[in-house]
Ligand binder design. Structure first.
Ligand code: GDP
Ligand code: ADP
Length: 449
């Protein structure tokens, strides 16, 4: 049953597979080289390389080693991304020759799906940059994240003001991506709220270790968006707002993150200077540097294809309304409309109906988010097979039962009985898969067949 579903290039090798199966596949993968698989290790062939994924809880282990099948050499690659914490029994399958899907046995579905990227664009870029073999983990997330909002514009134009207004009016809809920076905190800025204020050497090390989605040198300091900063907001079901400079926006445009890009302009250069000085948070030297950089930023903000929308922040309220229009939101999305509130005061029966309606609305909201992230228990053992964009998670092998199914034989027109296996399948649907390293892989669906 298992073999019937396996395409040759997608061959699966399970840590806990029966010995005869391991031996057969091992030989064909390794061209005669000894893979030295330990308990819970698994191996996947990708072109001339065999990737061994080590089933271990040891945090010091790289978790992955690569055999070059032509030379017989082993390489320990640079491992980027967030790797799964405990990684014992698992099954894997190769997808599109560029990433390996790994599913943990005996786990919850929201913790079970991981991707090891081996030859995606991100990996090819990192290989060039680091000059080593590179692999990168990405956690698979059931359901889709909301489309992030990237806001850029020169210093003092009003980005922070607009973002604060949005977050204050719609606290349950928006979350802020807290960037890292090497600049010193301003008087009212809190670490972990406005920025993660970091030492340059620590931030540089984290960048090397692939913890950042993007980073840039701005006004003489280092700024960057960590993968964690965006994922925390997305995992809470909120739209993530990124306040980043034009270089950062450009990097995000080129990445797998699909976002709405908004550039905010001042009505005039003089007004920008006035606002920056009135804010009183920078020294004269810093103000001059920011104004010099603003000229180039304003030019780059108009680069074709970079920003989806350009807003002129002249009248603050008008600009804020325009931003809300872009996002397709209105006040009624977050509060009970005032007309309804008036009725509430008028009579008891209407009050009850309104109360139920509100309850139902919040029930719907909860139900919808629950459906998107419904959690399954994955069995102690299963095999994976790939059929187009779907992964069949077969956990019936251990409990296969004969069923006698009655049917009418079309030739002889009499009732017959046929023995067949009852297998239990769950499906991981990858057809809406998005994102990937260095962030999460989202848009997955899981259901029982
Ligand atoms: N590329 C990038 N730019 C950032 C990030 N965080 C902030 N910035 C940008 O850095 C610039 C300076 O920010 P900041 O020091 O807070 O000064 P402000 O813009 O005057 O409030 C602004 O253009 C921000 O949009 C980040 O994570 N990545
Ligand atoms: N439309 C506007 N008109 C007048 N002042 C504004 C407007 N928008 C923002 N400001 C003020 O300009 C200053 C800079 O705004 P801020 O949000 O800190 O800019 P940024 O985050 O882009 O650096 C703040 O003092 C803010 O109150």
């Amino acid at each position: 049953m298992l073999v019937a579903f396996l395409a040759v290039e997608d061959f699966v090798l399970m840590g806990k597979a029966p010995a005869f199966f391991v031996d057969d596949v091992q030989r064909s993968f390794s061209n005669g080289f000894d893979l030295k698989l330990k308990d819970f290790d698994s191996a996947v062939a990708v072109g001339n390389k065999t990737y061994v994924i080590c089933g271990t809880d040891d945090p010091t282990s790289s978790g992955v080693r690569i055999l070059n099948k032509l030379t017989g050499e082993w390489v320990i690659p640079t491992v980027l991304g967030t790797k799964p914490e405990s990684f014992k029994g698992h099954s894997c399958v190769l997808l599109n020759k560029d990433r390996i899907l790994i599913m943990k046995h005996n786990s919850k579905s929201n913790e079970s799906v991981w991707f090891l990227e081996v030859d995606t664009q991100f990996i090819r870029d990192q290989k060039k940059k680091l000059g080593t073999e590179v692999v990168s983990w990405s956690k698979g997330v059931i359901g889709n994240a909301k489309r992030p909002l990237v806001i850029s514009g020169p210093s003092g134009v009003g980005k922070g003001t607009l973002i604060n207004m949005l977050m204050k009016e719609f606290p349950s809809m928006f979350g802020f991506s807290v960037s890292h920076t090497t600049r010193a905190p301003r008087q009212k800025e809190q670490n972990g709220v406005h920025y993660h204020f970091s030492e340059r050497n620590v931030m540089e090390e984290d960048i090397r270790n692939g913890k950042f989605l993007e980073h840039a040198a701005v006004h003489g300091n280092l700024y960057g968006t960590s993968i964690e900063a965006v994922d925390v907001v997305a995992d809470a079901g909120k739209t993530c707002i990124l306040d980043i400079d034009v270089q950062g926006a450009r990097s995000m445009r080129a990445s797998s993150l699909e976002a709405t890009f908004v550039f905010v302009c001042p009505p005039s250069f003089e007004e920008l200077e006035k606002r920056l000085r009135a804010r009183g948070t920078e020294t004269e030297e810093q103000i001059e540097k920011r104004l010099r950089n603003a000229k180039a930023e304003l030019e780059q903000g108009r680069s074709p294809g970079l920003f989806d929308h350009v807003l002129v922040n002249n009248d603050l309220d008008a600009c804020y309304e325009q931003l809300k229009n872009i996002l397709g939101i209105s006040e009624s999305m977050n509060t009970v409309p005032t007309s309804r509130m008036c009725i509430i005061k008028k009579n008891q029966v209407t009050r009850l109906i309104i109360y139920r309606l509100c309850k139902f609305e919040s029930f719907l909201r909860v139900t919808l988010s629950y459906t998107a992230s419904k959690v399954f228990d994955l069995p102690v053992d299963f095999s994976l097979s790939k059929v187009n964009e779907k992964i069949l998670i077969n956990h019936g092998a251990a409990e296969q039962k004969y069923l006698y199914t009655s049917y009418i034989d079309p030739l002889y027109k009499y009732h017959a009985s046929k023995a067949c296996f009852e297998n239990q399948f769950m499906v991981l649907d990858l057809s809406s898969m998005k994102g990937g390293s260095p962030g999460r892989t989202r848009g997955l669906e899981m259901y029982v067949l």
